[in-house]
Design a protein around this ligand. Structure first.
Ligand code: PGA
Length: 225
């Protein structure tokens, strides 16, 4: 089971240091990756550190961006691509996501590729078609690929998809990819155990409920109980 945390635009390097000490001290061989803000990257962690974002370059004239050399400095080999907040707020296009994907493949990084429908698509029952279309943008055969299904209407809203809905979608995705499948969107201590029991579920991508290290540890132990 993968327990992946998306800290989003939270934590400074100082607060992430405290976070890492608490989290690292409580883990027992779990597959944990924390996507921290780039300004909080630190070395010497006993869990995987991931990048929420990068520009597909080594380094260069890309004002405000970070490239491969910045990830290398912290040994980062896990990247998040396609998160709905980057698609919607930062305007990342399918073509740009593909460029990031190809660059990450070239570097052999583990890619957690996020897909998910908005409320309109969900209500018009077009979710499967929509997700299948989003996945046409990437190479599903990439060996270091993880797919995170995150319905946009469930992200940060406290309203997770229910387990039947998640099971149906993850089961559908499993028919055309061998990549581990994560669920994300308002995962919390109340729903994590049920979600992790779904047969095609390979883990979770947690936002809000991961921002406090004690909470995140509690989630992980609840999932395994
Ligand atoms: P949430 O965020 O857990 O706060 O819904 C999930 C995510 O955006 O990855």
């Amino acid at each position: 089971m993968k327990f992946y945390a998306n800290l989003k635009c939270n934590h400074t390097r100082a607060s992430f240091g405290d976070y890492a000490e608490i989290l690292g001290g409580g883990l027992g061989g779990d597959d944990v990756c924390v996507f921290s803000p780039a300004s909080a990257f630190i070395n010497g962690l006993n869990f995987k550190l991931g990048a929420q974002n990068f520009y597909p370059c080594e380094s260069g004239a890309f004002t405000g961006e970070i490239g491969r050399v910045h990830l290398d400095e912290f040994g980062i080999k896990n990247v998040l691509i396609g998160h709905s907040e980057r698609r919607e707020i930062l305007g990342e296009s399918e073509a740009f996501l593909r460029a990031k994907f190809d660059f990450a493949v070239k570097n052999g990084w583990e890619i957690t590729y996020c897909i998910g429908e908005n409320l309109g698509v969900f209500e018009s029952k077009k979710t499967k078609e929509f997700l299948q279309n989003q996945l046409k943008n990437i190479d599903l055969g990439y060996e270091n690929l993880v797919i995170a299904y995150e319905p946009i209407w469930a992200i940060g809203t406290g309203k997770s998809a229910n387990t039947d809905e998640i099971a149906e979608i993850l089961g559908f995705l499993a028919t055309f990819t061998h990549a581990p499948l994560l669920y994300g969107g308002s995962v919390n201590a109340k729903n994590i155990a049920e979600i992790c029991k779904i047969s095609s579920c390979g883990g979770v991508l947690v936002g809000t409920a991961s921002w406090d290290a004690h909470n995140f540890l509690n989630l992980i132990s609840t999932a395994k109980s």
